[in-house]
Ligand binder design. Structure first.
Ligand code: ACO
Length: 311
């Protein structure tokens, strides 16, 4: 019966065995995964916009080729993740509808504008750096298709992180004006990057259950701390200041202390009131509508192929 299936499921989780799509799973586990994976997929797709904004204005052919490759990778990540979600019995078109109707979320970070080309470097360094911190442990997530998608995504994210850092190193070797651009972009992106990890643990309704199911392997605050510890030496090497007066090494903890992000800002952005929420969703909606003829053509073609096979 159900109790037996439940016990078997819990044993597998306890032994760190993967759950696969055809295995029995509690309804809550399935729902949590659909929520997180869909949100993650939407983030990759919406995340193409802030950087796509600079494709036609990249300062050289080399920078343009790198940026184009990165934005294309993000489309690919979105597609693997929608496929992983589909193994749980949902349909990609249904998820896209929910995104467009604001019934599903995407990461707060993509609701901030990209004002200068230094933002491209800082997004690679901080935003993709934070994404790696959050996603490397997800390679050990209990749901097989999600964990496997993360392996490839993390490899590509680390290329993204390095291109950003390399761009910033180049700018820091340039003119005073370029160095100021890097510092100014760092000032704008630092706090939103810390917010990517989600609300503090005490205010995170999903963490406890997701950790018990081993969907998440660390809490939001643990990963945020790890990100700060990893990033401070990189900022020093780069020669920029992180905009937090409370940031200092704590010998006793063996970690950096840091200030509290403005959690009311995170709430506002998640609720749809960040600087670019309207623009991002409007663009996504327009792209979806403009793509209708492609979906219709693909469906008509598939139907024809099926009819031919039946003859
Ligand atoms: N932006 C938007 N929404 C957020 C954010 C954020 N930065 N952080 C938390 N939330 C939402 C949660 O989705 C949840 O809302 P919901 O219940 O309606 O889904 C609510 O705020 C409360 O947060 P938590 O209880 O902490 O939620 P959860 O356990 O899902 O943790 C986290 C949030 C850490 C983002 C987790 O879902 C996760 O690790 N997701 C996978 C990574 C991901 O999506 N990355 C996308 C950005 S990185 C990139 O693509 C470059």
């Amino acid at each position: 019966g159900d109790a037996e299936l439940q016990r078997h499921f819990e044993e597998r989780i306890a032994h760190d065995q993967r759950i696969e799509p055809r295995d029995w799973m509690p309804e809550g586990y399935r729902k949590t995964l659909v929520r997180q994976i869909a949100q993650h997929a939407h983030s990759e797709i919406i995340g193409m916009q802030p950087e796509g904004n600079w494709l036609s204005r990249a300062p050289s052919l080399r920078r343009k080729a790198i940026l184009l490759a990165k934005v294309q990778d993000e489309a690919g990540h979105g597609l693997y993740l929608y496929s992983a979600a589909e193994t749980l019995g949902v349909d990609r078109s249904e998820l896209t509808e929910k995104l467009i109707e604001r019934r599903q979320k995407y990461s707060s970070i993509f609701n901030y504008p990209t004002l200068t080309f230094a933002d491209i470097g800082v997004i690679g360094w901080l935003v993709d750096g934070a994404a790696i911190c959050n996603q490397v442990p997800l390679c050990r997530s209990s749901f097989g298709p999600y964990a496997r998608a993360m392996v490839r995504i993390c490899k590509e994210e680390s290329f993204h992180q390095r291109q950003g850092y390399e761009l910033l190193l180049t700018m820091m070797r340039g003119t005073d004006e370029q160095r100021e651009m890097v510092q100014e972009a760092t000032n704008r992106w630092w706090w939103p990057s810390l917010m990517m990890f989600g609300p503090p643990d005490g205010d995170s309704p999903n963490t406890q259950q997701s950790m018990a199911w081993r969907i998440k392997r660390h809490t939001n605050d643990e990963l945020r701390q790890r990100f700060v510890d990893m990033t401070v030496p990189q900022a020093e090497a780069l020669g920029v200041t992180l905009p937090d007066p409370a940031l200092r090494w704590n010998d006793g903890r063996g970690r950096y202390d840091f200030g509290e992000p403005d959690w009311s800002e995170l709430k506002r952005v998640i609720a749809g009131h960040g600087p670019c929420n309207e623009e991002r969703l409007a663009r996504r909606r327009a792209a979806h509508e403009e793509g209708q003829w492609v979906r219709d053509a693909a469906a008509a073609y598939a139907e024809k192929q099926t009819a031919r096979k039946e003859v």
